[in-house]
Ligand binder design. Structure first.
Ligand code: PHE
Length: 337
């Protein structure tokens, strides 16, 4: 009986099986109970022996049952633990962290400087009308200076803006003839250019406009000089050269002293010591007038700079195409700025 019970217990796969074995051998209808019940019929001599034997067998079975239950429980716990194991020494998944695009970073840096000089930041549409992109800037249809900016026309009257200057006209209109207007406007512009190391059919500009009573050329020079010193470094200076834009009179080209040779002449500045960085001038009276400002009462200056150029010069990048080709080896270098 004992070996039979132990054999069955061995086969038991779970606690339910163990319980079945218990009921079968130790239960009320089991053989041990039966033996104990039949004790009354035995002689006084046999009784203690049989009783002892039955109790021993019961004790043994009970003990094995408990053991089996314990080992089943342990097995189950081990299984559960194995399933829940976390290997804290495994290397984690690296979360790739992005960074600001260098052009965004440069725009924000330039914005900060001009905000510090009292300018506010505004924006205008990239799809522009012929009126704002050209006419309101003193560039009537058939004006030869339109050729300075080969354009992407969408319809006869709509084009991708070739410059951020249309925002000058849009902003002045909103002010309804009353100054001051003191804004900068960053944004994308488009020209029909063949892409190479220094040209791109799409690039970024930052426009500046300051219109008020008694604004003079010296204000333009002072603001631009302060800006260049903040952006490139205190040791840098600027010079103005006469130039032409239809919407400014007089117009100037602004050069900054070379940062590589310190102005003494090198390959970077083509031996001149100076690098051209932006176009500017006093807002043409006709432009003021078309946008609702009385040129007898108000005057102003405007400037426009190429963002890529400012980034190239400050960070020593040799090819404008790096900004648009999304090469991670290039982009990953900008985490610090
Ligand atoms: N819009 C001119 C350009 O794209 C730059 C400019 C802006 C010049 C404002 C003068 C005043 O070349």
């Amino acid at each position: 009986l004992l070996s039979e019970a132990l054999e069955e217990l061995n086969q038991a796969a779970d606690k339910k099986d163990v319980e079945k074995v218990r009921v079968k051998y130790l239960g009320k209808k089991g053989p041990i109970t039966e033996v104990l019940r039949g004790m009354g019929k035995l002689s006084a001599e046999e009784r203690p022996k049989v009783g002892q034997a039955a109790n021993d067998v019961r004790g043994e079975i009970q003990e094995k049952l408990d053991e089996k239950n314990q080992s089943l429980e342990a097995e189950e716990l081990n299984k559960q633990l194995a399933g829940e194991t976390i290997d804290v020494t495994l290397p984690g998944d690296t979360v790739k962290q992005g960074s600001r695009h260098p052009l965004t970073a440069v725009v924000e840096e330039i914005e900060d400087i001009f905000i510090g000089l009292g300018f506010s930041v505004t924006e205008g549409p990239e799809i522009e009308t012929d009126y704002y992109n050209f006419e309101a800037l003193n560039l009537p249809k058939e004006h030869p200076a339109r050729d300075m900016q080969d354009s992407f026309f969408i319809t006869e009257d709509l084009l991708l803006r070739t410059q951020t200057s249309p925002v000058q006209a849009r902003t002045m209109e909103k002010h309804e003839g009353r100054g001051p207007v003191k804004i900068i406007c960053p944004g994308k512009v488009y020209r029909r250019d063949d892409d190479d190391a220094t040209h791109s059919h799409q690039f970024m500009q930052i426009e500046g406009l300051y219109v008020d009573k008694n604004i003079r050329m010296s204000d333009l020079k002072g603001i631009l000089e302060a800006f260049v010193k903040k952006y490139f470094g205190e040791e840098r200076t600027i010079r103005l050269r006469p130039s032409f834009f239809p919407f400014t009179e007089p117009s100037v080209e602004v050069d900054v002293t070379c940062g590589i040779c310190g102005g003494s002449g090198c390959r970077m500045c083509k031996q001149s010591g100076w690098i051209e960085v932006l176009g500017a001038g006093m807002v043409h009276p006709k432009v003021l007038e078309m946008s609702g400002f009385d040129p007898e009462e108000y005057s102003g200056f405007a400037f426009g700079m190429g963002v890529e150029r400012f980034a190239l010069l400050k960070y020593g990048i040799d090819d404008i195409r790096h900004f648009y080709t999304n090469d991670m080896r290039f982009l990953n270098q900008w985490k610090q700025i």
